[in-house]
Design a binder for this molecule. Structure first.
Ligand SMILES: Nc1ncnc2c1ncn2[C@@H]1O[C@H](COP(=O)(O)OP(=O)(O)OP(=O)(O)O)[C@@H](O)[C@H]1O
Length: 224
């Protein structure tokens, strides 16, 4: 597997408080990771740092084999990294428009946008909601639409903050079932979570934040 992102000595402080000081973070291409840790360990903050939404100090950053930087956030990462919030914020227009928005911002031709949006809605199982107003959607539907909105951008790295935290039953399973296909499609995924079923997905590697340090371990693949 080849390298997507490598960061050495990543340190995040809030004033006097050092939240984490990570020796090395290494993310492979087309691989899935869960980021675990106790409440307040810094999981969301780490994802926000990787997304360029929060400042942090890093000694060395490399993205797709080239020197990169987190603060200021470099262009290569801005174009390739997508962050999905635990409570996705949506425009009040329609589901289809929300999924199309990022592609429109990239200046893609309309016909191509329509094709990709259709594909993404089918992938996420939300075609029937295309004209719905986001305000009327359930939490599970919103999360699947947020994943579709991220997927159409073909991100190299997807950062998912507690993607199943407010879901249960079928809604939760539907979201979990989308994750492996994101990885098969070539994206790397880092999911901050406490969800045992996400942690146990086959092939997922585990990153654990503990007392400001990052521990990494390979999951055992579950027997079928
Ligand atoms: N902007 C901020 N200023 C000061 N402290 C902050 C800020 N943002 C987060 N923190 C603190 O950093 C710590 C880590 O927060 P973070 O949300 O990253 O933890 P988490 O591991 O995601 O927790 P949870 O599992 O509860 O979601 C918390 O103590 C939080 O209060």
């Amino acid at each position: 597997m080849s390298e997507l992102l490598s960061i050495e000595r990543l340190c995040k402080r809030f004033g006097e408080r050092e939240l984490f000081n990570i020796d090395r973070l290494f993310i492979h291409q087309a691989a899935a990771y869960v980021l675990t840790g106790l409440n307040g360990a810094g999981k969301s903050t780490l994802l926000r740092v990787l997304a360029g939404l929060e400042q942090a100090d890093a000694q060395r950053v490399s993205f797709l084999g080239k020197d990169a930087s987190l603060s200021p956030y470099c262009r290569a990462m801005r174009e390739a990294v997508v962050y999905v919030h635990q409570h996705p914020v949506m425009f009040s227009t329609s589901v289809a428009h929300n999924i199309a928005y990022g592609l429109e911002a990239r200046g893609m031709p309309k016909a191509e946008i329509a094709r990709l949006v259709e594909e993404a809605m089918q992938w996420a199982g939300v075609e029937h909601l295309r004209d719905s107003k986001p305000l009327t959607l359930s939490g599970g539907e919103k999360q699947r639409i947020a994943l579709a909105r991220a997927k159409v951008l073909s991100p190299k790295l997807l950062l998912l903050d507690e993607p199943t935290s407010n879901l249960d039953g079928a809604a939760r399973e539907q979201v979990i079932s989308l994750i492996p296909s994101l990885v098969r499609g070539g994206s790397s995924v880092i999911m901050a979570c406490h969800d045992r079923d996400l942690i146990a997905l086959p092939g997922v590697q585990r990153l654990k934040l503990r007392e400001g340090r990052l521990q990494m371990r390979q999951q055992r693949v579950r027997a079928a």
